[in-house]
Design a protein around this ligand. Structure first.
Ligand code: MEV
Length: 321
């Protein structure tokens, strides 16, 4: 039967993590590590899912029982199918496969990428045109159904691609024209749990609203300056802003010894600046460096015990093959 293949990119948070959960802006770029999803209709009234990269091998359930006992990695696909069927009052048996060229452990947003690629694939398969904003709203709802919390910045990056100035829930999704963004990425080797970290900040906010909102306001000032630095291709300034953002994230309590070690190592190797990217607690850090120091900076990541992950930023958003 007729099948549709879609690709959605992963993301890296540039500035504004955590504060973006509370109606404030962030900067995010899409990266060239992509999630591929292929969907086709079947006539068996079942959902069959094959996603070996996330440990799901020929998982099956009845289309009428969607989302009842789904294993975690399959939830984003299954809730996506359920929400799509409920919204557009359609149904069918489905065969879905996914393949990723990035590991879900890096924190590059594999959950949002698989959700977006699935719903985009379904819209093509059922011939239902969705605007980017409609695709965002349905994909964001799907992610929230599973994770309960999150700003949706990763969903926006998977759909729109490029580099975005983004406000919570898609209130603002503004593409930024960026001519260069040569990010250097280091993985700490530690998988962070985003929901745990979001909950931790929520508790802090409840216990000490003044200190936390002050930190959020300071981060927001940096985000606004970062937006200008991006537009002006001022990598030196953007790197400095990264370092200032990192100081505030440390005060917020979401950095880790491993992230601190990699950030320090790249600074000593001559980077303009560095910070954690994402929820913190592990995952990746990002750095900007003078072009002639890039090799030393990536080497410094390895010497400090991290893994250098080559990426291209500002990648295209979701697309149909
Ligand atoms: C996680 O990658 C970034 C957070 O700001 C959560 C979110 O925006 O969804 C901590």
């Amino acid at each position: 039967m007729h099948s549709i293949t879609t690709y959605a990119p992963g993301k890296l948070m540039l500035m504004g993590e955590h504060s973006v959960v509370y109606d404030l802006p962030c900067l995010v770029t899409a990266v060239d590590h992509r999630m591929k999803v292929t969907v086709r209709k079947t006539d068996d009234n079942k959902l069959t899912l094959h996603a070996p990269d996330v440990g799901v091998i020929d998982y099956q359930c009845a289309i009428s029982d969607l989302t009842l006992n789904t294993p975690k990695p399959a939830q984003f696909v299954e809730y996506g199918v359920r929400n799509f069927f409920q919204t557009f009052k359609v149904t069918s048996g489905l065969h879905i496969t996914s393949q990723s060229d990035f590991s879900s452990k890096f924190g590059f947003g594999s959950s949002s990428a698989i959700t977006v690629a699935t719903i985009k694939g379904l819209s093509e398969l059922f011939d239902i045109h969705l605007t980017n904003k409609e695709l965002f709203d349905l994909s964001y709802k799907t992610v929230l159904d599973i994770q309960g919390k999150g700003s949706g910045f990763d969903v926006a990056a998977a759909i729109y691609g490029g580099t975005l100035y983004f406000v919570t829930g898609g209130k603002v999704i503004e593409p930024i024209k960026v001519s260069k963004l040569p990010l250097i990425v280091g993985y700490t080797g530690i998988k962070a749990d985003t929901t745990t970290l979001i909950n931790k900040i929520q508790m802090k906010l409840e216990n000490d609203p003044l200190s936390i909102t002050t930190l959020f306001d300071d981060i927001t000032l940096l985000v606004e300056q970062g937006k200008k630095a991006l537009i002006n291709s001022n990598m030196k300034l953007l790197g400095n802003l990264f370092t200032n953002n990192q100081l505030l994230l440390s005060k917020l309590g979401v950095s880790s010894p491993e992230l601190d070690k990699l950030n320090k190592a790249v600074q000593e190797a001559g980077a303009y600046g560095a910070k954690l990217s994402g929820a913190g607690g592990g995952d990746c850090m990002i750095a900007l460096s003078p072009p002639d120091k890039e090799l030393e900076v990536s080497e410094a990541i390895k010497l400090a015990g991290g893994t250098h992950i080559p990426i291209t930023t500002n990648s295209d958003g979701v697309r149909v093959e």
